[in-house]
Design a protein around this ligand. Structure first.
Ligand code: UDX
Ligand code: UDX
Ligand code: ADP
Length: 484
């Protein structure tokens, strides 16, 4: 098989943009063109001002700066890029369906299908098509059928190459991937296509990290990896609720169990609940597949991971309302953070959105500060949740004037000034460096802090005078329980 010299990627989002930037950086002899139908997005990728890139990731700007214009290009001319490329990545969004059959559970494959049809229509030669979006098992089969049915004389090989990068650490994850998984057909042509992609990644990854499998194993591994990671978070969050009742400290428990090499220390950080575009979507996808294949017990098992996550977000919101004397109506609640985790401007499925919804149901006034998320995004997130409640806790309607009840701040101190309570929703490092003594002085008393990420030092906060509540740290309450 000859070496690949030209790659195209359809979809310039959180996955396609960073992944292709790193491929271009590490493979200077390969021309990499990233295309998208969203003109504004492509314009932003081409912006001379690297602060304006549409995706914020530490280290990304440097990689783009190195490769852009050399062998990395961003364009809206999808047809031309498809024709020029020997290898085409499909990296478009696959949200959970919001309509029709499988609503709220199945993955919406319309964008992937459109891509497949477009590739078949305009291709002028044989192509290797690589699935990069997270997709349900057996999507490759559908893509293959569309390509074959529409293709004419050209040959297409389909590979599954799921992305395991996490947002906020995308560049590091790409540079030092634990593994790169490549699935393809087991016949000779399939193996040649797999080898072509292996050669691309072998530019910087050791051979033993390049795992090759059949198509279905590769597709299922992606869903399973995310389901396992999410399950760890839900498991430790379940234990956090018990810690709050018994007086154990969830971080101590996590540390103790994480030292068992069979369990391991990662992904045991208790929080207000996991978010992000992948975990919930992939589990719901897995659940849908299990039901489709007649495995209701397996479906129920995985569905509990999402149910526990909904409960954790709800528990946090409820604790705020309960602690503030059973109502937050008319009270100023400061939100530190809106993104689903630190070091990203992505807000998809962020716990903050759900907590905001529950507090707004009780007519709180929410004052938000997030270092990276723009105001318009926060309102879009709220509107989306109102249209697609997804959880039993966010089905109640919001007051008509809910838009007036969300105030977005450009800096943190005004958000917290005269607040009744502060809720930490994202673990941004800068929150730890604030002048907490002066924040305390300017808040209403008692001044409550609910740390949904356990990033602040509870004892120090109590010394400033705050009524401090961490996740899974119910010492005071537990003591009261024992005394009562
Ligand atoms: C377990 C704990 O490992 C140990 O730390 C605790 O002190 C006591 O309980 P044990 O019951 O002796 O130890 O055996 P373990 O090796 O954990 O296996 C338990 C069961 O799980 C066995 O039936 C084993 O076959 C099964 N198992 C284990 C699997 O089916 N798959 C695995 O990957 C691991
Ligand atoms: C995840 C997977 O990690 C990645 O491999 C896959 O490619 C995409 O989905 P991502 O969603 O970017 O990546 O972020 P991740 O770091 O996995 O965090 C997901 C959510 O879980 C975040 O809201 C995070 O705050 C939360 N989380 C994570 C915890 O609450 N506790 C933890 O210990 C770890
Ligand atoms: P992800 O997190 O999977 O990267 P994003 O939503 O960030 O998802 O990015 C997906 C991108 O794919 C979007 O910018 C969207 O405009 C683009 N896209 C969707 N369908 C097509 C298509 N048919 N052709 C080109 N780009 C597409």
């Amino acid at each position: 098989m000859k070496k690949i010299t030209s790659i195209c990627c359809i979809g310039a989002g959180y996955v396609g943009g960073p992944t292709m930037s790193v491929i271009a950086q590490k493979c200077p002899e390969i021309k990499v063109t990233v295309v998208d139908i969203n003109e504004a997005r492509i314009e932003a990728w081409n912006d001379k001002d690297l602060d304006k890139l549409p995706v914020y990731e530490p280290g990304l700007a440097e990689v783009v700066d190195e490769a852009r214009g050399r062998n990395l290009f961003f364009s809206t001319d999808v047809d031309k890029a498809i024709q020029e490329a020997e290898m085409i990545f499909i990296s478009v969004n696959t949200p959970t369906k919001t309509y029709g059959v499988g609503k709220g559970r199945a993955a919406d494959l319309k964008f992937v299908e459109l891509c497949a049809r477009q590739i078949a229509r305009v291709a002028n030669g044989d192509k290797i098509v690589v699935e990069k979006s997270t997709l349900p098992v057996r999507t490759a089969e559908s893509v293959k059928r569309i390509l074959k049915a529409e293709a004419g004389e050209h040959e297409f090989q389909i590979l599954s190459n799921p992305e395991f990068l996490a947002e906020g650490t995308a560049i590091d994850d790409l540079h030092n991937a634990d593994r790169m998984l490549i699935g393809g057909d087991q016949d000779e042509k399939g193996q040649e296509a797999i080898q072509a992609l292996v050669d691309v990644y072998a530019h910087w990854l050791p051979k033993d990290r390049l795992i090759t499998t059949n198509l279905w194993s590769s597709e299922l591994s992606k869903l399973t990896a995310n389901a396992f990671l999410a399950q760890r978070v839900s498991s430790i969050n379940a234990i956090s609720a018990l810690c709050e009742r018994t007086g154990a400290d969830v971080d101590e428990v996590a540390n103790a169990i994480g030292s068992d090499s069979r369990i391991g220390p990662k992904f045991l950080k208790s929080s207000v609940g996991f978010g992000g575009s992948c975990f919930q979507k992939d589990i719901l996808n897995l659940v849908y597949l299990c039901r489709h294949f007649g495995l209701p017990e397996v479906a129920d098992y995985w569905e509990q991971v999402v149910a526990m996550n909904d409960y954790q977000k709800h528990r946090f919101a409820k604790q705020i309302i309960d602690t503030l004397f059973n109502t937050v109506s008319g009270k100023k609640i400061a939100f530190l953070g809106w993104a689903f985790k630190k070091d990203t401007n992505d807000t998809r499925e962020s716990a903050a959105i759900y907590v905001a919804h529950e507090l707004l149901q009780d007519r709180a006034e929410i004052h938000v500060y997030d270092p990276k998320v723009p105001k318009a995004q926060m309102f879009r997130d709220m509107e989306y949740l109102i249209e697609n409640p997804g959880s039993v806790y966010t089905e109640n309607p919001l007051p008509e004037n809910w838009r007036d009840l969300i105030v977005v701040h450009e800096e943190p101190y005004t958000a917290m000034d005269s607040a009744h309570a502060i809720a930490v929703l994202t673990e941004w490092d800068e929150f730890k460096t604030y002048d907490w003594a002066s924040i305390y002085a300017k808040m209403l008393k008692p001044a409550f802090v609910f740390d949904g990420r356990n990033i602040l030092d509870g004892e120090a906060m109590a010394e400033y005078g705050f009524e401090f509540r961490g996740i899974g740290k119910g010492l005071e309450k537990a003591r009261a329980n024992v005394e009562a």
